[in-house]
Design a protein around this ligand. Structure first.
Ligand SMILES: [Zn+2]
Length: 192
């Protein structure tokens, strides 16, 4: 899931207009960004489901540090603090929350592969509700988040422009970029 995370960031932007949109977008995929070097180093792994070709939602993901419950909490707190020392407590809290929302949304789609403790310490049961098993269901859920995010963002940005007695063409353009960007990411994710 990538597009759905971006959609959620846009929803938060409509509620927290003072936090820059780019930082919310970055927060929402922060866990996956940290995943990349660990994946390249062979510490975190992807394993295609036998019989499937390893495309969209067809992998067991052993992201045992970045996507463990405790790992995600620690990384999210670190992300919030990274910006919070300059932008203030509220931004830190919002960005930390958005970063952790990645784990919560992943929990819905992942195939029972998310550990509680880093490195799956203690061999506790792995988590994940497995919506990826129903491909159309997870695609629709992501699309819904993108559309909802676009709509919330557009409404909030338009109201802000009206209040400032400015035209709202910028709000429309940014909302369109969120919508088109989200749909493009989803299409690439599903077909890639
Ligand atoms: Zn993820």
């Amino acid at each position: 899931m990538i597009a759905g995370h971006f959609g959620f960031a846009a929803i938060v932007k409509s509620r927290e207009p003072r936090v820059p949109l780019w930082s919310l977008m970055l927060a929402t995929v922060w866990l996956d960004i940290v995943f990349i070097p660990l994946f390249l180093a062979g510490i975190e792994k992807l394993e295609p489901i036998p019989g499937l070709r390893g495309g969209y939602g067809q992998n067991i993901i052993y992201a045992d540090y970045t996507h463990s419950l405790i790992g995600a909490l620690v990384l999210s707190a670190a992300f919030g603090l990274m910006f919070g020392w300059r932008w203030g407590k509220r931004c830190a809290f919002v960005l930390g929350f958005v970063s952790f929302s990645h784990w919560l949304l992943d929990l819905v789609v992942h195939r029972h592969d998310m550990p509680v403790l880093p490195g799956n310490w203690g061999n506790l049961p792995r988590l994940g509700f497995g919506l990826w098993q129903v491909k159309t269901g997870s695609i629709l859920a992501e699309l819904l988040l993108v559309i909802l995010g676009t709509w919330c963002y557009w409404r909030a940005a338009r109201a802000a422009s009206l209040a400032a007695h400015k035209g709202h063409s910028r709000a429309i353009v940014t909302a369109l970029l969120i919508l088109l960007g989200g749909v493009a990411v989803l299409v690439l994710d599903v077909t890639g």
